[in-house]
Design a protein around this ligand. Structure first.
Ligand code: NAD
Length: 353
């Protein structure tokens, strides 16, 4: 197949892990007879430095002409002055909004080889494989707000429409159908009117997916269940804020932020794929970045935007094989063990493909 991929390296370790992902995808193209064209664009701090804009029009045009976007990370101390008029993060929010990427998918999986590295008891972490589906372009982060510079009160509002809940619920139910056929919907229906609408809508959408078992959890209970019975979850769907908090909580199950991928999707096949981690300025330029989160994001790109399931699974298997062979980047190394660089880890994954 022929595909064009917009490549936005961004800041900090972004360019380091993105460069390795392009090598990985090129190896996939060669092994499976595909033709991938990579077109690079500026985003974030580096785009501010070069153009004054964290999301230059040229970058948007590159993404519009592509089948999918692969993004590293944005931000860093150089651009973190809160009084600055432009922030690197605006580039990312701008992309999500411009393309209407309403569903954020974040898989969290534990690896047998890394269980000792995680903060929970190993027996709780056996077979954890959760897919979070978070609503990304509505809810309290986008509601009307009143900010008072020096006043004593302010407010944010949370609004959801039935159609907004329906579209993200459909993504979650479909994902569950392709997995272990269980969906847990998280809300706060005992207190919030928007969350009662959320629950009613999810129940209605469920009629179209009778093969999927549906469970509802209040968000406060969900925070506990995530740590006491993480392996019982398959797909979890939540609104923007609750999904943000719960998926970050669950990220510790995997042992390192560097391991986690994400996809932001809309109704067609187009999507933005990026690791969950930020630009990690503390390790940038030192060859220490764990490329797994970025590599798994590239696998998600193949799976969701290009429908190349076999190729996506091949990347995941090559990462498993690399970990099973004992290779560890510095963030996942056990005490006394030697770590390998980003480069060494990446080269071995590519050899294992
Ligand atoms: P961070 O994710 O960049 O780093 C947190 C910690 O995790 C650091 O100690 C870092 O070294 C480590 N880490 C992260 N990714 C790693 C990897 N792949 N391998 C090994 N270790 C890794 O979060 P932060 O320090 O809070 O933020 C740094 C900058 O990144 C800020 O400017 C922030 O705004 C930005 N940020 C961007 C995104 C994004 O682009 N999507 C997300 C989060 C933070």
């Amino acid at each position: 197949m022929k595909a064009t991929i917009a490549v936005l390296p961004g800041d900090g370790i972004g360019p380091e892990v993105v460069a390795k992902s392009v090598e990985l995808l090129s190896a996939i193209a060669e092994n499976y007879g595909h033709e991938f064209t990579f077109v690079e664009g500026l985003i974030g701090g580096i785009a501010i430095d070069e153009t004054g804009d964290p999301l230059p029009a040229e970058t948007v045009a590159i993404c519009e002409a592509a089948d999918a976007i692969l993004l590293g990370a944005v931000g860093g101390p150089k651009w973190s002055d809160p009084t600055a008029t432009v922030q690197p993060e605006r580039g990312l929010l701008g992309l999500r909004q411009h393309f209407g990427l309403f569903a954020n998918l974040r898989p969290v999986k534990t690896y047998p080889a890394l269980l000792e590295h995680a903060p929970l008891r190993a027996e709780l972490l056996q077979d954890v494989d959760i897919l979070f589906v978070r609503e990304l372009v509505s809810g309290i982060y986008f509601g009307e707000r009143q900010e008072q510079g020096d006043g004593d009160s302010s407010y944010d509002t949370m609004a959801y429409s039935r159609s907004e809940v329906e579209q993200v619920a459909n993504v979650a139910f479909r994902a569950a159908q392709g997995r272990r056929k269980k969906l847990c919907s998280v809300d706060k229906a005992n207190v919030l009117a928007t969350m009662r609408l959320w629950r009613r809508t999810v129940v209605d959408v469920h009629d179209e997916y009778e093969d999927v078992e549906l469970e509802h959890l209040l968000v406060d209970a969900a925070t506990m269940h995530l740590l006491t019975r993480p392996s019982s979850f398959d797909v979890i769907v939540a609104g923007n804020m609750f999904g943000d908090i719960l998926s970050d909580e669950a990220s510790v199950l995997a042992g390192s932020l560097g391991m986690l991928p994400s996809a932001s999707l809309r109704a067609d096949k187009f999507g933005l794929y990026e690791p969950v981690h930020g630009s990690a300025p503390d390790i940038a330029g030192q060859g220490k970045a764990n490329p797994i989160g970025m590599f798994l994001s590239a696998a998600m790109l193949l799976r969701y935007s290009l429908q190349l399931e076999g190729e996506a699974s091949a990347i995941e298997a090559a990462i498993d094989a690399t970990l099973d062979a004992g290779l560890r980047t510095a963030d996942i190394v056990s005490s006394g063990q030697a770590s390998v660089s980003t480069d060494e880890f990446a080269v071995t994954v590519i050899q294992n493909l």
